[in-house]
Ligand binder design. Sequence first.
Ligand SMILES: Nc1ncnc2c1ncn2[C@@H]1O[C@H](COP(=O)(O)OP(=O)(O)OP(=O)(O)O)[C@@H](O)[C@H]1O
Length: 399
Amino acid sequence: MIEAVGLTKRYGAKTAVYNLSFQVRPGTVTGFLGPNGSGKSTTMRMILGLDQPSAGHVTIGGYPYNKLPNAPRQVGALLDAKAMHGGRAARNHLLCLAQLAGIPARRVDEVLGVVGLQDVAKKRSKGFSLGMGQRLGIAAALLGDPQVLLFDEPVNGLDPEGILWVRNLMKSLAAEGRTVFVSSHLMSEMALTAEHLIVIGRGQLMADMSVQEFIARNSADFARVRVPDGPDAGGAAREKLTAALTEAGGQVLPEQDGALRVTGLPLPRISDLAHGADVRLWELSPHQASLEEAYMRMTQGAVDYRSTTDQRAGLQQPLPPGAVPPAQMPVPGQGQSGWYAPPPPQPHQPGQPMQQVQQVQQVQQGHNPYAAPQQPPAGPAPTTAPAPAPAPTMDKDAR
Ligand SMILES: Nc1ncnc2c1ncn2[C@@H]1O[C@H](COP(=O)(O)OP(=O)(O)OP(=O)(O)O)[C@@H](O)[C@H]1O
């Protein structure tokens, strides 16, 4: 098990990770999510003893990494797939690592087979594609047959077959009872791979719960409603229905294909209202926002790097020609109800960390947990100054 308690890392004036406490348990894949620059890699580096915390601590199986007996046999990690001696053949690279850790050479050939690089084992990794580099990095992580595995963006650069392979590998490693901690930007991939999620934003804990619970807590149910198509009749029926639904307290947003996305009304009520307005329906279906939507909704206030062309890029489908956009995009913490509105306050559930409940409630009450505190806490608060452009060395794609 990995356990972080009050983990904090400052680089000069920049607070990369602040007061992070969580546990990563064996037997499940735990996804580690957060926007760019939210502190995922910094946290992983501290877990692996590559960076020293400014405050707090993190242990693996009860020990700080640097005090773990025979660490390479207990912990395997993929942090930066490009961080290897490119002039060495893949097999030689692994042989060097194996020798340093006292691992028998036959294990090198085993892991080359596991990651599918046996045919290029004698090729220099300098010529490897990003995906091949990832596979070699994963092979290195598996070398010591460790019980604890950390993967920082393992599917970066992999093709769909490679992504499926990584997904199955992570699951099978967890099914063997290992602790598997995986960071990713790909929400859809995490939904398929992880059972548990730890979500951070600007270095702080935003959620620590199962994938199912995360979706249920952070996404609103909605109905898709479609009226019969037709140049004028369809438009008139849509308007009539929109008016009836809005009057009854529903929120209606146009979808790209001409359907309506309705929140705040149960399906039978929508059906009755359509009937009352004399509007025929071609579709009335229940939906739940995806993990991607739930994640975007939760982290949109904690994003450091955003396009100047569309601050909401990816959050909303483009409108169909002639459709009227909603007056204002609701945002968490501003009290609107609807697609992006925060879910209603939840009473504390047994087993749910109180901190998470408090954070969700604070967001719902319009309190920004990432703003500088009114009164200084025990340690300096994380900086809220606009983040500088990410340094080239921090850009994974450039690595
Ligand atoms: N060595 C360092 N010196 C100064 N600042 C750093 C250093 N390492 C990380 N940071 C800063 O700390 C913050 C967190 O960075 P980190 O790489 O941990 O985030 P991340 O969530 O892994 O991001 P990404 O998803 O883009 O890889 C960033 O603002 C980054 O610029």
